[in-house]
Each structure stands twice: as C-alpha cells, then as structure tokens.
Design a binder for this molecule. Structure first.
Ligand code: NDP
Length: 310
C-alpha cells in the first residue's frame, strides 16, 4: 500500500515517513513531493497540505490529518471530493490539552499576572480571589478535547459550563447547546476557553458581541484556531477593560509575525501552538492503527465529517 506524507517541515516529513514505515512493514511510505507513481498512492498523511497537493493522487482512499482538526485539509480549494478524512486524536492529545487549560485557567483565576507584577515591584501584595466554586468558567466545544477540559475544570471545583452544537451531558458541567444556548452559556462567564473546531459557523466567533457578554474583566483562552478570534475586537476589549487578560495559543498567521502587536501586549500571554501538539511516537501508532483499520474495511472511530467541517 502506498502512502504520501506531507508536512510543511521537511525534517518532520522525513520523521513521519520513517516512523510510519517502521510501524507498517510492507507499506510504501514516501514524502509527497518525491512520489513519481501518483496512481499508486492510496493514502495521504498530511498537515497543512498546499492547494492542489492532494488532487495529484486520483486513487486516494483516505486522507489522514496529523492532528485533531481538519480545517487545514478543508482549506485546500482543490481538495478531491468525497475522500474520507481521518483525524488523529488520542489520550495523549486530550491529556496535554487538559494540562494546558487547567494551567491557564488557574493562572487567570489566581490573578498570577498581577501577582508577578507585584513581585517585580517588590510589593508584598496579597491578592485574594474567590474560591473556584464561585468562579464561572466556560468551555466552548465539548468534543474530545473540550469535554475533558470541562471535566477537569469541574474536578478542580470551578462552576463550569460547556457549550456544543447538540445537547451534551458532561459530569459536573452545566451544558448548553446551539444558538438558543449561546447567550445563557456566555452570560457572566469570568474565564472562557475556546475549543471549537474552525468551521464556517465558528470562524470569528470570538468577537466584540461575544466578549461583551462575558463578565466585565473576564479572561479569554483561545487554544483552538487563530481565525476564531477577531484580533481587533480583543484589542478593543482589552483597552476598555471588558477583558482583563487573554492567553492565545493559536493565530491567524503562524508563526505569529515578529511585528504583531500581540507579542508585546501586557495583557496577552502567547504560546506557540503547543497547547496539545501530537506526541510523535504515540501519534505514529495512532495513525498506523487507523490506516490498518481503514485498509481492512473496519470502522475507523476517528473519521471526520467533512460536510460538517469537523
Ligand atoms: P471535536 O470534533 O471532537 O469536537 C468539537 C466540538 O465543538 C463538539 O462538541 C461540537 O459540538 C462543537 N461544535 C462544533 N461546531 C459548533 C457550533 N457551530 N456551535 C457549537 N458547538 C460546535 O474536536 P476536538 O475536541 O478534538 O478538537 C477541537 C479543536 O481543537 C480542533 O478542531 C482544533 O482546531 C483544536 N486543537 C488545538 C490544538 C492546539 O494545540 N492548540 C491541538 C488539537 C486541537 P457537537 O458535540 O454537538 O458536535
């Protein structure tokens, strides 16, 4: 079976080729750009493929996204129609995201930025915050990552809400769904975490309207995709004080350009899309297992729904 691999980073592409070749003996796994016999390629394993990359293979049976999101695949205007897309998700990815969300929610909850500022000023300034059950936090998106993140926050004692498209039940979490549930979900939230997939419906969702519905002085954590956020609306909300702090892991353009205003903004914490990077070794095993299942005609649990966008 022939597999084409493409990641924007050549060294990473090589690594994935070697890892998958070791896990799938008998399969031929090559960098997409080196493949000559395009007709023989049955699978493509990709991260941010370039426009037209996948259309070069007329006999593609499935596309594997090296990550949980499929927006980077669907962004290809020449993407072959009706080729199934397999996401790569697993316990490592979920665990890393739980850690990231817990870290940054707790950081905002305990007002660490202000505490660190006090330290810099040699100011013995005891900041006393409400206990977690009196802190309203909300997670947008209750899928693989969002549901676990919400469960984790509820486990820490936060008054936790979650929002999804369809009604969901998550232990310890007050859940809301759809458009009707949006305003009551947001109402008075003090810390908001975004874990939605990027789709036509969710692009730009972190805008002035949404930010204005949070509690005054709320904090926002975006660890889903950059285009969820309207950058100027966040800057205006920080300026007015409606938003006190933001933690951003994802950006419209990545790497974030060196001259971007976010880098030096005193109320913005930046991380370079590391909230939950796929663990290389575990990710390889997940992808190999999914390819084997698909090839054997068995159900693949991580199939995305391209029509839905996630
Ligand atoms: P899932 O597909 O498992 O879950 C998506 C959730 O979002 C579901 O609960 C879904 O609702 C909800 N949703 C989708 N569209 C809407 C909508 N229009 N309105 C309300 N809710 C909606 O995704 P994952 O949890 O696996 O991943 C989420 C995203 O996190 C990824 O798409 C990716 O962009 C991002 N990510 C970021 C990483 C990082 O390192 N920063 C790492 C990995 C992923 P329903 O349950 O009703 O379908």
């Amino acid at each position: 079976m022939n597999v084409a691999v493409y990641l924007p980073d050549l060294a990473k592409t090589r690594w994935w080729c070697e890892t998958l070749s070791a896990l799938l003996p008998g399969w031929t796994i090559r960098s997409l750009v080196e493949i000559e016999d395009r007709d023989a390629v049955a699978y493509a394993v990709v991260w941010r493929p370039r426009t037209g990359d996948l259309a070069r293979f007329p006999n593609l049976k499935a596309i594997v996204s090296v990550g949980a999101g499929i927006d980077h695949v669907l962004a290809d205007a020449e993407l072959p129609k009706d080729v199934p897309i397999i996401r790569t998700v697993g316990p490592d990815l979920t665990q890393r995201m739980r850690e990231y969300v817990a870290l940054h929610v707790l950081r905002h909850h305990r007002d660490m930025p202000r505490q660190l500022q006090a330290q810099a000023e040699r100011d013995w300034h005891a900041i006393v915050v409400p206990v977690a059950p009196n802190r309203k936090v909300g997670v947008m998106g209750l899928g693989n990552l969002g549901a676990e993140a919400a469960r984790t926050l509820a486990g820490l004692g936060f008054a936790t809400r979650g929002w999804s498209r369809n009604p969901k039940s998550v232990e310890g979490v007050e859940t809301f769904s759809g458009e009707a549930g949006f305003a009551p979900f947001l109402d008075g939230l003090e810390i908001l975490v975004n874990l939605l997939p990027l789709t036509g419906e969710t692009a730009g969702i972190l805008d002035a309207r949404l930010l204005g519905q949070l509690a005054p002085g709320a904090c926002v954590i975006n660890c889903a995709r950059g285009p969820h956020l309207v950058d100027e609306d966040l800057l205006a909300a920080l300026e007015s004080g409606q938003i006190k702090q933001a933690t951003l892991d994802v950006f419209h353009v990545e790497p974030l350009p060196a001259d971007h205003v976010f880098w030096t903004h005193p109320a913005i914490t930046i991380t370079p899309h590391i909230a939950s990077q796929i663990d290389a070794a575990t990710g390889g095993r997940l992808i190999a297992a999914n390819l084997e299942l698909f090839e054997a005609g068995e159900p693949v649990p991580d199939l995305a729904d391209a029509g839905r966008g996630y």
